[in-house]
Design a protein around this ligand. Structure first.
Ligand code: SF4
Ligand code: SF4
Length: 465
């Protein structure tokens, strides 16, 4: 914890009303100002007590305080180093350690998540009956079972997809770990929209976690390992612009150079790659494909790691608002976290549930056909909160809405759950060879090309998800 960054806080308290945990409990030590005070005490010599660790653990890392702070306090940097310190010196109770070990040995590993598919499919049927038992055993296990998304059929993504029409850019696409395994339709929609907007999309197979879960939990070394692997993957793929469609992954990939700053060579390699959020990139590229009408009402939810951590609020709204017939509605108190916050709803289920209930209530007042967000974790959290109260909230990612508009699909494709017969290989994502001397890129029309043509355009044997 950098004492110079701690000194930037002038204790004005402007951040307090923006902080979800302060809003819930009204406790100074559960506010940004209070947590910064605890950090100050610790750097001045007070040992890190379990109480201090509890206040740091209770922080969602939503970064609403960073947006609210007029003094530019880098709370994001401070809380990450505080969490790393907690991991380094704080001895957690055995049950806590075991649960954390379980989460961090599963979530960042796509193959292990894949192996969970069958148990999750069974759990989908028996969770309501198991819930009281899990609740008694450990509320965190109950939260894990409740939040597990329905098992979706995998959709195979080819290693590269050629641009439709005039090629305007070559981009890599991060498939993620949780996103790839549980929300394959979001990745498929992202790839299709990018291709329809004139991008060659390079999707290296065998991608792993970007490190977001680890970095947001103080596991800096593990995060650095994942970051190096992601950088290598996209360097090998020959792209220098990588599109990210999950808010948490977007904010952590943008911080790779900082995460790897102890090693200038790696920091330089990280700096040579440009990680951009899906909506951010498309807003910069400008529209090319025709938008077809989608007569429906949409409530847009700001994922904290998109709005607060990356400052991306206008771009998704502009993209959605440009769809003919689509009426965009704002959710009251939009800047407040829904309680999902990466793994927060697993580690702090009570607080997460309370925040989820509040958010679901606000979303339901909007009365929209669909709730859209750039983070499936958020939409799952809100949908699950609504379910607890006997309500239904239909959710989608920004990419899925644009995909439906670009393909002239009916709004019902977004408001109806997917059919179980969803094909494993989506015909609209069939790989198309990228010609060695493809159509000229138009530098005036977008952020520019990737580093190259990304290979021969043949489809590899390994399957990217
Ligand atoms: S990151 Fe969010 S929960 Fe944590 S102190 Fe800031 S506003 Fe509060
Ligand atoms: S973090 Fe910023 S807004 Fe909050 S008390 Fe400190 S200076 Fe004020």
């Amino acid at each position: 914890m950098d004492p110079e960054l701690i000194k930037d806080c002038v204790h004005c308290g402007f951040c307090l009303p923006a902080c979800p945990t302060y809003t819930l409990w009204g406790e100074e030590m559960d506010s940004p100002r209070g947590r910064i005070h605890l950090m100050k005490q610790h750097v001045e010599g007070t040992p890190l007590t379990p109480e201090m660790a509890g206040h740091f653990d209770a922080c969602l890392g939503c970064m609403a305080c960073v947006t609210a702070c007029p003094s530019g306090v880098k709370y994001d940097v401070l809380i990450e180093s505080a969490r790393a310190e907690v991991e380094r010196v704080h001895e957690r109770p055995p049950a806590d350690r075991a649960f954390r070990a379980l989460v961090f040995s599963l979530f960042p590993y796509p193959r292990r998540l894949r192996a969970l598919r069958l148990p999750l499919r069974l759990a989908e049927r028996i969770t309501p009956r198991l819930r009281p038992l899990l609740e008694r055993l450990d509320p965190r296990l109950a939260a894990m079972a409740e939040l597990a998304p329905p098992v979706a059929r995998p959709i195979w993504l080819p290693p590269r997809i050629a641009a439709r029409g005039r090629r305007r850019a070559v981009v890599g696409m991060l498939t993620g770990c949780v996103q790839a395994e549980f929300f394959p339709r979001v990745n498929a929609a992202t790839a299709r929209v990018l291709a329809m907007e004139g991008c060659d999309v390079v999707i290296p197979p065998g991608q792993g976690c970007c490190g977001a879960l680890s970095v947001h939990s103080g596991r800096a070394e593990e995060a650095a390992r994942f970051a190096r692997r992601t950088i290598e993957t996209f360097e090998r793929a020959g792209v220098d612009t990588v599109i990210v469609n999950a808010a948490g992954c977007g904010s952590s990939t943008k911080e790779y150079a900082e995460l790897l700053s102890a090693d200038p060579a790696w920091a330089g390699r990280a700096g040579a790659l440009r990680f951009l959020d899906f909506a951010e990139f498309l807003a910069e590229l400008g529209p090319a494909a025709e938008r077809h009408p989608l007569p429906m009402t949409v409530a847009y939810h700001d994922a904290c790691h998109l709005a607060h951590a990356q400052g991306i609020r206008a771009q998704p709204r502009a993209l959605l608002g440009a769809v003919p017939g689509l009426e965009l509605r704002e959710v009251p108190d939009a800047a407040m976290c829904c309680g999902s916050a990466g793994t927060y709803n697993l580690f702090q289920p009570e607080a997460a549930r309370e925040l989820g209930d509040r958010k679901a209530e606000q979303v339901l007042t909007v009365g929209a056909d669909l709730l859209v967000s750039a983070n499936p974790g958020c939409t799952m959290q809100i949908a699950s909160a609504a379910r607890r109260h006997g309500e239904h909230v239909q959710v989608a990612h920004t990419a899925e809405v644009l995909d439906a508009s670009l393909r002239a699909l009916s709004p019902k494709t977004l408001t109806r759950p997917p059919k179980p017969s969803t094909p494993r290989s989506d015909p609209s994502l069939e790989p198309a060879p990228i010609p060695a001397s493809g159509p000229a890129l138009d530098p005036a029309s977008g952020p520019g090309p990737g580093r190259g043509d990304a290979g021969t355009g043949t489809v590899g044997g390994e399957r990217a998800r």
